[in-house]
Design a protein around this ligand. Structure first.
Ligand code: G3H
Ligand code: 13P
Ligand code: ZN
Length: 312
């Protein structure tokens, strides 16, 4: 099966009350860990690439790795541009074989966001590629840009119909209290998502696939390993997994997870090197890093997203 768009995945996910995981990829071990987990769960999966990942690994390497994963697993895999910031990067990914792109116009005014998103949709749809837009602003860190909590903004449900109609997007990322990075809520803070906003959006655009960014849960067992073996991650709280499960049962069809994979892989590599100080062959520590990615992605698919079996 060639790489697929997200259209069919989202249709089934909406109807089935689950979400497809969108996991960020930067190198071979990450691509392998994610897709081996998806194969084990017989789940459709979205592999997403940020501008930073393209800079680090280069478009052609990532493309080759994802094509190889598709060949190895035979799963429905969508290759998605994460947080495209302008028309040019979206065009380059459409031309370069991606099946889905995000145009993140959330930093612009409502009108400019519509105009930019519409332009990307026209180009992408003419090439058989689907588009994710964003309304509202998440706090946190993306590509080293830090959006302060004060600049974050929940999505205004009153704007979603106009945005979706005027742009022609295929899915919509919204801000309901999630944020990017490993430090979402301070210790002692009670995590809260605005399910009332999600419900109102779902009521206004029934059947339309919603996307949640910033959905890592910051698993404490891995943070503890990182710190036990020389790391210095401050205490932090992520998005509780039961809240993500709840969102997946609603209109949320795509859930973005990156930080949790980074934390799991780093914990595993740190532990391996600390316990095996004589090792210097990168395969010796990258293999356990890949195992940790597989383990955490299996858990997300099975226990959080609910997408096991969706590949059939
Ligand atoms: O939302 C951002 C993703 O976690 C990608 O992060 O831009 O550092 O590759 P990155
Ligand atoms: P996390 O930092 O919570 O993993 O979010 C990732 C993300 O939204 C990628 O677009
Ligand atoms: Zn994001």
């Amino acid at each position: 099966m060639p790489l697929v768009t997200t259209t069919e995945m989202f249709r089934k996910a909406y109807e089935g009350g689950y979400a497809i995981g969108a996991f960020n990829v930067n190198n071979m071990e990450i691509v392998q860990g994610i897709t081996e987990a998806a194969l084990g769960e017989n789940s459709a999966v979205i592999l997403q690439v940020s501008a930073g990942a393209r800079k680090y690994a280069k478009h052609n390497y990532l493309m080759g790795l994802v094509m190889a994963a598709e060949k190895e697993t035979g799963l429905p895999i969508a290759l998605h541009l994460d947080h495209g910031e302008d028309f040019e990067i979206c065009r380059s990914c459409v031309d370069g074989g991606f099946t889905s792109v995000m145009i993140d116009g959330s930093k612009h005014s409502f009108e400019d966001n519509i105009a930019l998103t519409r332009k990307v949709v026209e180009y992408a749809h003419a090439h058989g590629v689907v588009v994710e837009g964003e309304l509202g602003k998440l706090a946190g860190i993306e590509d080293d840009v830090n959006v302060a909590d004060a600049d974050a903004q929940f999505t205004d449900p009153a704007q979603v119909e106009e945005f979706v109609t005027k742009t022609g997007v295929d899915s919509l990322a919204i801000a309901i209290g999630t944020s990017h990075g490993a430090y979402k809520f301070k210790p002692g803070q009670k995590p809260r998502l605005r399910f009332d906003i999600l419900e109102e959006i779902q009521r206004r655009i029934p059947g339309f696939p919603i996307v949640l960014h910033g959905a890592s849960s910051v698993p404490q067992q891995y943070v503890e390993i990182i710190n036990r073996f020389g790391g210095q991650m401050p205490d932090a709280i992520g998005i509780p997994e039961d809240m993500l499960r709840q969102a997946a049962k609603m209109a949320v069809c795509k859930i973005n997870i990156d930080s949790d994979l980074r934390i799991a892989m780093t914990a595993s590599v740190r532990r391996h090197l600390a316990e095996n100080p004589s090792h210097f062959d990168p395969r010796q520590f990258l293999a356990p890093g890949r195992d940790a990615i597989r383990e955490i992605v299996s858990h997300k698919i099975k226990d959080v997203l609910g997408s096991s079996g969706s590949a059939k």
